[in-house]
Design a protein around this ligand. Sequence first.
Ligand SMILES: [Zn+2]
Length: 391
Amino acid sequence: MSRQRYWGAPLPFVHCTDCGLVPEKVENLPIALPDDVEITGEGNPLANHPTWSNCACPICGKDAKRETDTLDTFVQSSWYQFRYATNPKKWGEMGIDKEEANYWLGVDQYIGGIEHAILHLLYARFFTKVLRDLGYHDITEPFENLLTQGMVLMDGSKMSKSKGNTIDPDSLIEKYGADTARLFTLFAAPPAKELEWNDSAVEGAFRFIKKLYDRKSKVTSRTLPNIDQSTLSKESKIARVKVYEALQKSKAVYEKTFAFNTLIASCMEALNALDKQDNGEVWTEGLYIMLNLLEPIIPHVATELSEVLFNRENFAKVLEVKEEVFVQESILYMVMIGGKKRTEIEMSVSASKEEILSMAKEAGAKWLEGMIIVKEIVVPNKLVNLAVKPA
Ligand SMILES: [Zn+2]
């Protein structure tokens, strides 16, 4: 695992003409890299440095030469999280404070490319267990969860500079803004899957953001309203169901599945459903919840809108799913008489078969005149069928 390059930990060995290859003394560790190295692109910069490799042999004390190979970068990337978790003022000899490491680690969620998944994880587990056994921390596994993100494809092949098929995100950001670039990327595919670049889907993402922004005039109060479900129209009730379905989905998406595309689809459905009604409180609640859910995905627009529309100080509180929104209070039954659809009746979900039949006969009275009912069928939650013959 050694490399002929500057960026790495120097191997702590010394070449002596008399003693051979010998390890550096412990009190001389760690071997620091020189600050004045010249990167020329030719050979190993450490070997090219005029004086860095000069040292004394740790055995006989004669002039000797340091090893100029460095350790592979896996050695550093296998345990850097312990250093990140430690206040620099508490860095001991290994850069790890046991108390802080035990508090912050292991890493709850690790995200990286699939090309790092096998070897890197193997080395990271090895280093974590070695450092644990040496008493630097009590962590057994470095990472609780791993997400390996997919690649971006263009016309079915991997985007790469050598193929010249890369998209410059700067031009996309210039034209549509960073939020559109983020929304498109997260909507196009789940993060672990490959993402096929699609210009028209970028336009679609931009239109959704624009629509969300345009609907700010629908909001009627700066806080989450208390809505009386019984006063709402059917369309408003459906809109609330869609909004709360998105809220329900968000918990699993942000905590577990990372299927941001499904959350975005839910928000798009909710906005469409909100558009089909015009209750100000339902709009207010809908946008309040949606801006909350979308803030990690389109932070610029969501933060600006929520600042303009709502009281930001209590905006980030945990939103609760209101189960009553999902309770369907009434069901529409089609009434068929003599094989033809004649009318509809709205029945409470708790209505009995007798109540449904009685209401159907009342609503269908004019088609039942001069007829005898020969058969009565109630299909739950759907229809009433009355077979008739002339009296
Ligand atoms: Zn020697």
